[in-house]
Design a protein around this ligand. Sequence first.
Ligand SMILES: Cc1cc2nc3c(=O)[nH]c(=O)nc-3n(C[C@H](O)[C@H](O)[C@H](O)COP(=O)(O)OP(=O)(O)OC[C@H]3O[C@@H](n4cnc5c(N)ncnc54)[C@H](O)[C@@H]3O)c2cc1C
Length: 486
Amino acid sequence: MPKKIVIIGSGFSSLSAACYLAQAGNEVHLYEKNQTLGGRARQLKEEGFTFDMGPSWYWMPDIFEKFFGDFNKKVSDFYQLEKLDPAYYVWFKDEVVTIGDTLDKIATEFERIEPGSSPQLKKFIKNAGVNYDIAINDVVNKPGLSPFELVTPETAVRVNQFFKTISDDVRKAFKNEKLVSILEFPVLFLGAKPNNTPAFYRFMNYADFGLGTWHPKGGMHEVIKGMIKLAHSLGVKTHTSAGASKILVDQGKVQGIIVNGETITADYVVSGADYHHSETLLDPSYRQYTEKYWDSRVFAPSSLLFYVGFDKKFDNVAHHNLFFDTDFDQHARTIYDDLAWPEEPLFYANFPSVSDETMAPEGKENGFFLIPIAPGVEDTQALRDQYFDIIMERLERLSGQNFRNHIIFKKSFCVDDFVSEYNSYKGNAYGMANTLKQTAFLRPNLRSKKVKNLYFTGQLTVPGPGVPPALISGKLVSQLISKSIK
Ligand SMILES: Cc1cc2nc3c(=O)[nH]c(=O)nc-3n(C[C@H](O)[C@H](O)[C@H](O)COP(=O)(O)OP(=O)(O)OC[C@H]3O[C@@H](n4cnc5c(N)ncnc54)[C@H](O)[C@@H]3O)c2cc1C
């Protein structure tokens, strides 16, 4: 018997859940508070430039292929994918390290920096690949309902990897600090410090060096467009400028939501909005987690972002550039311990128009800049301006060219915008970190323990932050609902 299912939010996780639940024959309605769909992966179009507002790294192409494959489709039915070479540049004070598109190329670069390190790298990535298979085929596909889900023959023999950290592993294998920071970088996608992330997550290094960095032509938002097209073809009805102000419950069972003053009834409700916000839509007695609980969690960083249009093309920048020319530890301390603005921030510069001419008008460059910062820090225009100057000065000095004289469009986005645009807890950019104490069954639940037929999905629940996990999260919640309907 088909059910009426209401989904709050339109990020990757909500769209994924919507597709699976509609495929199962349910009547699915999706409600998004903003004017456009896509959540943190919305798109900004200004003066001929196309900016991805959130994610820009397309990793784990197999997960996207699996998602569309579940609907008998292929990624290429919706967007065109290109493997980037170089995958990215890492800028240090005295040199730029090039991460190429094959492990052999990367190993050659490692050997140049730390003689003798290339066999070690290949071994490290091979082991990471084994973890990747276990994680992707097994661990991340569990709904996080019980600790026993994690106990498989494969994980049992790797149990020590849940008690060692990525940092321990990397530092044991490599001595050169530059190589250490390059191998610790992928962990930042999990939202925590490398010395607080279980070594099992080294599978992210396989995602990076083994599977490579890809780019959907037209930007990451093309993936969202593909998912919307798929959802509509399956009968999902999408509603924008339609924020939910209340989740209705009667005698412990969900009844629907209120949107713009109107009651929308439903058999099931799934919220893909930030979990903390979703619970505030419930009467206090139906909330599972207290403010103290949320306050005690390790959140992924917030970010100061700039979307900038330049009137010319630049030399020697890659599509993706990491600026690791300052000390990682001092910056990480400000995010996780001091909760303050960093003095000398690391930052990320993305110039998608380097490899995709559709992202900027001819002869011009599209720039996206990101500084990770502590969630909840003070956010003022003066601070945004100050940090823009800090990173521009370093970009100009290290790359030997002027950027600031060539700006024709600039928009910033920071903590306050994450709160007002996405109802994000403390303005976090990408959810709750995947630390040992916040992994799998230790994360906020996909299924409400207090309200029947109420479910949650997205980056604060299982499996965690990032676009591929969001796709998986939507599938997991749809499986739980399908089971409950039977
Ligand atoms: C700047 C940035 C860079 C990132 N870079 C990468 C990257 O390169 N690669 C990668 O894999 N991941 C990246 N991430 C993480 C990734 O984008 C997210 O993990 C993922 O998009 C989260 O999807 P979601 O469905 O959980 O949530 P969201 O995308 O946040 O969707 C939640 C939606 O709910 C809506 N909503 C909130 N309240 C309500 C309400 N009351 N009623 C209706 N709707 C509501 C919000 O407006 C939003 O649209 C990045 C994130 C950010 C912010």
